[in-house]
Design a protein around this ligand. Structure first.
Ligand SMILES: *Cc1c(COP(=O)(O)O)cnc(C)c1O
Length: 384
């Protein structure tokens, strides 16, 4: 949420910067945690969506676990105060150093994505005289119906272990030392906007559970991953009820075994709403068909539109009253034609110096920023 007081404070600041509403984030985190706890579910926050210490603090205080995809994220999670036995670590390309860190810190699980990785984890644990807790990340071959760059649960994707490899994995699990299989892990993609893929996922998890129990493996936890989408059209509406529907889908369709825990790893749905990218209009450049609104923020601050053709709502904070709308191609200053936030965007008239907000950029915004063109973000503005 952006208030009038926020806009006043923005005026005195250099742009571009991220604005975070920590009060709103805290309220959502509490709601989600209540919803999860009422079902005895465990939610890990996926750090890669936004690893700002102030954001991590909210999730630590509300008792979330952490979901990490690099050794640096595992370290950031530990520094932020997440308990090591609440940290899950996934990724197709874990380095030896990253594996060693996870083993030494005794994290909740290394989510193993290949047979090759399983062998490396085993040998590194054995040489340290330790046992690594692992979960197998299985590729369920479920279509997430999302942008193809953020689909992860199809056979053609690089993630996870496929069904045809399971017999070999089971043999290895019986023979390898230094590993303890504790869970089965799934994560089928991101920005999943209806529950159908999750319903299909439940069916696949039930199937895999049966295969493992038929072969005498005891599975302590299921980790169903993240991927719950948000409605980027409605930056001012917090849809806490989406979490309720999401959890109850699993409630209804997933067949948990007695004593088995169910874990989730949510990123986007938790933090997308709490952030906005605040920029200034540098120029309104006349075009033949559409004028260009050239901002001082670009793909270096927010790459989602350039990378995934993602939509973000754009607002002129300096001229929000005017009912008369003009059409603009809203672009950044970076030397790439993909450096665009939207074509033919209808906005109240924009003038040089106006504050322009790109909304709902709390997830995969600042965490994906780069300094291409040697560009530099200003420090964020926090509310609450
Ligand atoms: C990125 C990621 C998540 C979080 O995905 P969201 O779409 O942000 O909820 C969860 N688990 C794994 C393994 C991931 O890589």
């Amino acid at each position: 949420m952006i208030t009038t007081a926020d806009i006043q404070a923005f005026q005195a600041r250099k742009t571009p910067f991220y604005h975070y509403d920590l009060k709103q984030l805290r309220a959502l985190a509490i709601k989600v945690q209540n919803e999860a706890r009422s079902r005895n579910y465990h939610v890990h926050y996926a750090l890669k969506a936004n690893a700002r210490p102030e954001v991590l603090d909210v999730f630590v205080n509300q008792g979330f676990g952490a979901d990490c995809v690099s050794g640096a994220e595992v370290r950031a999670a530990l520094e932020a105060g997440f308990a090591s036995n609440h940290i899950a670590f996934a990724g197709v390309g874990k380095t030896d150093d990253e594996i060693d860190l996870a083993i030494e810190q005794d994290i909740f699980t290394l989510n193993v994505e290949s047979i090759e990785e399983l062998e490396v984890i085993s040998s590194r644990a054995v040489s340290r005289g330790k046992t690594a807790r692992i979960a197998l990340r299985l590729n369920p071959d479920v279509d997430a119906n999302t942008h193809r760059y953020i689909t992860t649960g199809l056979e053609e994707n690089k993630f996870g272990i496929s069904g045809w490899q399971i017999a070999e994995v089971m043999d290895l699990l019986r023979s390898l030392k230094g590993i303890e299989l504790t869970g089965l892990h799934f994560h089928i993609g991101s920005q999943i906007q209806n529950l159908e893929p999750f319903r299909n996922l439940c069916g696949r998890i039930n199937h895999f559970q049966q295969v493992f129990s038929d072969h005498g493996f005891h599975i302590q936890h299921i980790n169903a991953g993240g991927g719950l989408g948000v409605n980027y059209d409605q930056p001012d509406e917090l849809q806490a009820q989406d979490f309720e529907e999401f959890f109850s889908t699993f409630d209804q369709l997933l067949e948990l075994r007695p004593g088995q825990e169910l874990h989730f790893e949510l990123g986007r749905a938790l933090v997308a709403h709490c952030g906005d990218l605040i920029s200034r209009a540098l120029y309104v450049k006349r075009g033949q068909k559409t004028d260009f609104l050239i901002l001082d923020a670009g793909m270096t601050e927010l790459i989602r539109p350039a990378l995934y053709q993602a939509f973000h709502s754009i607002q002129n904070l300096s001229n929000s009253e005017s009912k008369e709308l003009h059409k603009y191609d809203v672009v950044g200053p970076v030397c790439e034609s993909s450096d665009s936030f939207g074509k033919a965007v209808l906005l109240p008239e924009c003038r040089r110096g106006d504050l322009i907000a790109i909304r709902m950029t709390g997830a995969y915004g600042e965490s994906m920023a780069s300094n291409y063109n040697l560009r530099q973000l200003e420090t964020p503005y926090f509310r609450g």
